[in-house]
Design a protein around this ligand. Sequence first.
Ligand code: ZLV
Ligand code: CA
Ligand code: ZN
Length: 393
Amino acid sequence: EYNIVRPKGYTVSYHANPEMEKHHFGQTHPMKPWRLTLTKSLVSSYGMPFAMDNYLTRAATYEELKSFHASEYLEYLGTAPAEDMPRDIDNPDKEVKFNLGGSDCPLFHGLYDYCSMSAGGSLDAARKICNKQSDIAIAWGGGLHHAKRSEASGFCYINDIVIAVLQLLRCYPRVLYIDIDVHHGDGVEEAFFSTDRVMTVSFHKYQPDIFFPGTGGLDDNGPKSEHNPGAHHAINVPLNDGITDEQYQYLFESIIGKINEHFRPSVIALQCGADSLAGDRLGRFNLQVQGHGACVEYCKKLGIPMIIFGGGGYTPRNVARAWSFETSIAIDCHTKINPIIPQHAPWRDRFIHDTLFPTLEQILGEPRANRNTAKRLQEIIQHVHDQLRFVNH
Ligand code: ZLV
Ligand code: CA
Ligand code: ZN
């Protein structure tokens, strides 16, 4: 019916496990792993699995997690008891280890399985790219960019992206990490602070003290020391509320185009956090499915192997729309996809509007005020170009 066929001349793999999606962070917590179920079901309703290699994700092993994380942290993560109420509210005096058990990073039943499956999917994706079995590998269950070596942070416990990039570095000289989640990709940036083999670029809302995590200013470009090879290899694009598709696409293409010329990446790791969409429960931007997807399309057109990760995204119907559309871009059927959500799609009523591309008015009623001026966008582009004068590979 939808005429979905394999793309010509390249292979796309899709890595998922329905077991991961059954975990719960708690009733009031904004992170809903169920959004992955809704995404997979919409992707399937369109017939997209026929055009990809589909893999059931396994859990990453302890040894694999140890490629980035400290063993003290992993051991605690594996043994800490699940609690029904966040500790810091219930027992404010009780010790909270590794930032676990607070309200951002609760200890829930099956936490270790959830984390190791998220990392397993991202690592499988990286291996498929390394083996040249895939040209684009999709891992929507990954993208947990805030986790540190021995600390959980911002709903992230295991940094699947860092683990996958470490795998890519075994087979490729240079990795470009791009992060379009509305939050700063601080954990990935920090992990590769001292190498010139990884360049990290994050686009995010920036308003220290008010918006998490508060890092990622325009002048934060990696270690300042002349002798550190990682200097100038962290790029940050701090934005204000209400940015539109048009502005975002202009910034993204100017910045990524220039980085591609100077850094010459051999592979791209793209974190597609969907909390940068309009109407997100935590986000503040005015991006539509088309503008978010345009970033994926631009990267794909560079013709470099790529892993696509998930990330944030707190309004599940919009997460499923964006990640389904981006899957269609990966397999090159986005121009012929029917914008009306298939009649047989499960949970069809959850989408409220029956289109893959709701308008800003449909999503928000009144769009959020845009606090990004044309002048500021030019300053950002100029600053990035100045940084890149130091980067030549
Ligand atoms: O999308 O949280 O603001 C990748 C990602 O980038 C905070 N956390 C920290 C700093 C002090 N806390 C506040 C504690 C909040 C506890 C629970 C919420 C509960 C309900 C509604 C919203 C939140 C919330 N938490 C909103 N923003 C936060 C951030 C963490 C954001 C992580 C983004 C993760 C997956
Ligand atoms: Ca970001
Ligand atoms: Zn986020």
